[in-house]
Design a protein around this ligand. Structure first.
Ligand SMILES: [Zn+2]
Length: 186
């Protein structure tokens, strides 16, 4: 996996296009949660579930189905009062869906471990992209080693720089849109 921070920055930068002013801190914290929670599946190792099992690491929590379902309890818990069946609400579901799925897609760009179980539970096939530039992150203490430094370098180049650029572009677009709205003759 890429490090947990890199999963977070990708989701935050992508979702910055959708940010709403009134609830930005809650919104971003939930985006971070969605992007990081799939790796809670490492707990499966403790129960002796093998990596390759659909309940194992990069299994069901790295699937499209999980990404689609996770936003529902989040919306019910944190956006219940806003509930109306309109585009804004659907967009919120979509952003949390995308934030969760971004985790699996990033994992599919790494050069180690097993692929992600994208179509789980309908298929247990594991997927990687053909292009896998991201150095896989060592788990646990091994992270603090030469391998850990190589991971940070590869993530900085392939994840952090593009994410910062995306965040900057969305910031500029929103600034421009705000000005257009402000100067629009009523
Ligand atoms: Zn993962």
């Amino acid at each position: 996996m890429p490090t947990i921070f890199s999963h977070g920055i990708v989701a935050v930068s992508a979702s910055s296009f959708f940010k709403t002013k009134s609830d930005s801190i809650k919104f971003y914290l939930l985006v971070l949660f969605c992007s990081m929670i799939p790796d809670a599946d490492v707990i499966a190792f403790r129960f002796g579930i093998p990596y390759s099992h659909w309940l194992g690491h990069r299994g069901i929590t790295h699937s499209i189905l999980f990404s689609a379902i996770l936003p529902i309890p989040i919306l019910l818990l944190f956006y219940r009062r806003d509930f109306t069946f309109n585009m804004r609400y659907l967009l919120l579901w979509f952003v949390f869906f995308l934030s969760t799925l971004s985790h699996a897609l990033l994992d599919a760009l790494t050069n180690g471990g097993l692929g992600v179980c994208l179509y789980c539970p309908f298929s247990t096939e594991r997927f990687f992209f053909d292009f896998r530039p991201i150095q896989v992150s060592p788990i646990g203490k091994r992270f603090f080693s030469d391998a850990g430094i190589r991971v940070m370098q590869s993530e900085f180049f392939w994840i952090w720089i593009p994410s910062i650029v995306v965040f900057g572009v969305s910031w500029v677009i929103k600034k421009i849109l705000t000005r257009i709205t402000f100067h629009y003759p009523h």
